[in-house]
Write a protein of this length. Structure first.
Length: 77
């Protein structure tokens, strides 16, 4: 099932922003509640599944293209 629907990456972006803020304030850890963790996990799984599907499509298209043969005869002057 391939779809081109936009992927909701907002939970990933929020996590990255949270990590950036924690780093800039020199915090030792970052915590999140289970609901946010599930959103991040779902978003990451969706992104990775789409990436794998796109990669598979690319490989399939590359395999279906005919081989090109080039012969070099040296030419004549």
């Amino acid at each position: 099932m391939q779809t081109k629907a936009p992927i909701n990456t907002a939970p990933i972006e929020r996590l990255l922003q949270q990590i950036k803020n924690a780093d800039s304030s020199q915090q030792k850890q970052v915590t999140m509640d289970i609901a946010n963790a599930k959103e991040v996990a779902y978003s990451l799984a969706t992104v990775l599944a789409r990436l794998a599907g796109n990669y598979e499509t690319l490989i399939t298209k590359a395999d279906n293209q005919p081989d090109i043969e080039v012969k070099v005869d040296g030419g004549s002057l």
